[in-house]
Write a new protein. Structure first.
Length: 117
């Protein structure tokens, strides 16, 4: 069973930055051949894809709402994917999750990001 463990969230003022990490571990899961994504879910809203990175980091995708502010990256040697979030806005407040893209595994506990105005 794949375990996805997100970390790095917190409370930050608008305009601030956070760096999220997601460590993936499991037997039978080849992280280095999987496209990965960061997703978020705000209260009362559906979970949405925020950013995506291909298996070897050749291509990335960003939702329009975060383009130019967030950067996704990965370290296949560490089975870890990152999300650098700059110029945070109150509307970025959500629980952030990682998974393959499209999602194929059980969701982790996520990491809470709260941006105050």
């Amino acid at each position: 069973q794949v375990q996805l463990v997100e970390s790095g969230g917190g409370l930050v003022q608008a305009g601030g930055s956070l760096r999220l990490s997601c460590a993936a571990s499991a037997s039978g899961f080849t992280f280095s051949t999987s496209a990965m994504g960061w997703f978020r879910q705000a209260p009362g809203k559906e979970r949405e894809l925020v950013a995506r990175i291909s298996s070897l980091s050749y291509s990335t995708f960003y939702a329009d709402s975060v383009k130019g502010r967030f950067t996704i990256s990965r370290d296949n040697a560490k089975n870890t994917v990152y999300l650098q979030m700059n110029s945070l806005k109150p509307e970025d407040t959500a629980v952030y999750y990682c998974n393959t893209n499209p999602p194929r595994h059980s969701w982790g506990q996520g990491t809470q990001v709260t941006v105050s105005s």
